[in-house]
Write a protein that binds this ligand. Structure first.
Ligand code: GLU
Length: 374
């Protein structure tokens, strides 16, 4: 891998690498991370850091030994701990290189669901990166709750990678990478150096590696899911041992043990990535076989004639799932019509549409440019 081909990197670091409830921040590990980011920036690479540690630091400064289960308590600990975390980053970045500014970015899944808020988040991150700053991203734990959570920061990091169209997502763990078998059970487990994002072995590893394999908080499953999410946007993912001095120098000198998961599916654009990452389509369109063929084989737009039924209340511009006859989602796209209008035009041929609707601006229910095949 050549560093001059890499313009943007997202680095993900977990709580246990940089903090502990008993001892608080691990200054020496944060220092290594800051040195690594500084090295990348000296080589012209834009870096966004996704850092956990808010709750762990909140527990530490509040003198609590155990993670509470009540949501409000977790939210309040995150609010307390997030400041500690950012202060440490600010201090150590300033000490290393006064020219590097850092910017705190707190996101929930909800912020990326609406197209408008997604674009706002994207613009803010792009602006931070273009100005030379290092965005330090975490889940907005103080307001997050189940339904709007990313789940864990591996997934958040992959969404950030897609948001800024990063070339590389680097997930630091306490292992050298992914192994073909669970290394905690098999002494002959071998490190996988390179693998394609759609290799069935990834699914196998995901199912069969226990979370006690030392791979970090989200476990192996979320790291593989994160790599697959990043791959959709054309981003390669590296899973490697964090807190190694010269990690990136060794990586670009081809002198590092790690796993690289490369995308091998066709890269989709940022808008299409958003449509897939966005977990909440507002409705479903059930299509006949002709429409499925038009979408999947002939790469056409979706016409009203191919829609047999639909569900949901939606407006023009909302994201919809396109389902085949077996109820499997095959595509997603932005609707040109509200559900009230779809009720009137579904199943109708294009030349009849004018009779059903007073104001007909579009022939396509979903235009090809606003559609992504899943
Ligand atoms: N956002 C959480 C924190 O900062 C951690 C989530 C995770 O590690 O996946 O404490």
């Amino acid at each position: 891998m050549k560093i001059n081909k890499i313009k943007k990197i997202v680095i993900k670091i977990g709580s246990s690498s940089i903090s502990s409830i008993q001892n608080g921040l691990n200054q020496s590990n944060i220092n290594i991370l800051v040195n690594e980011i500084n090295w990348l920036k000296q080589h012209g690479v834009k870096v966004a850091l996704v850092s956990s540690g808010a709750i762990s630091m909140g527990l530490h400064v509040s003198g609590k030994q155990r993670r509470p289960t009540k949501l409000a308590q977790l939210q309040s600990l995150a609010a307390i701990g997030q400041i500690e975390l950012m202060q440490a980053y600010k201090k150590l970045f300033y000490k290393k290189n006064k020219d590097i500014q850092i910017g705190q970015v707190l996101l929930t899944n909800d912020d990326l669901v609406s197209r408008e808020r997604y674009l706002n988040a994207k613009n803010a991150l792009d602006e931070l990166l273009n100005s030379g700053a290092v965005p330090i991203v975490n889940e907005n734990d103080t307001v997050a709750y189940d339904e709007i959570q990313f789940g864990d920061n591996d997934i958040l990091a992959s969404r950030v990678a897609n948001l800024i169209q990063a070339d590389l997502l680097v997930i630091f763990t306490d292992q050298n990478g992914l192994y073909d078998k669970d290394p905690s059970k098999h002494t002959d487990a071998k490190l996988i150096e390179k693998i394609q994002s759609d290799d069935p072995l990834l699914e196998d590893i995901s199912q069969n590696t226990s979370s006690s394999s030392g791979i970090g908080s989200g476990g192996i499953r979320s790291k593989i899911l994160a790599a697959k999410t990043a791959a959709r946007g054309g981003t390669s993912t590296i899973i490697g041992k964090g807190m190694l001095k010269n990690f990136f120098k060794d990586l670009f000198d081809n002198n590092l043990q790690m796993t690289i998961i490369s995308p091998n599916q066709k890269k989709i654009n940022a808008k299409q990535t958003w449509m897939i990452d966005n977990s909440k389509p507002k409705g479903q369109l059930f299509l006949d076989d002709g429409a499925i063929k038009a979408l999947l084989d002939n790469k056409k737009s979706l016409l009203p004639v191919g829609v047999k039924s639909f569900s949901g209340n939606f407006q023009r511009g909302d994201l919809l799932s396109c389902m085949n006859q077996d109820g499997v989602e095959v595509a997603r796209g932005l609707s040109n019509f509200s559900s009230v209008d779809v009720e009137k035009i579904m199943g109708q041929k294009t030349d009849c549409l004018n009779q059903s609707l007073e104001n007909m601006f579009e022939e396509n229910l979903i235009h090809r440019n606003n559609l992504v095949i899943i």
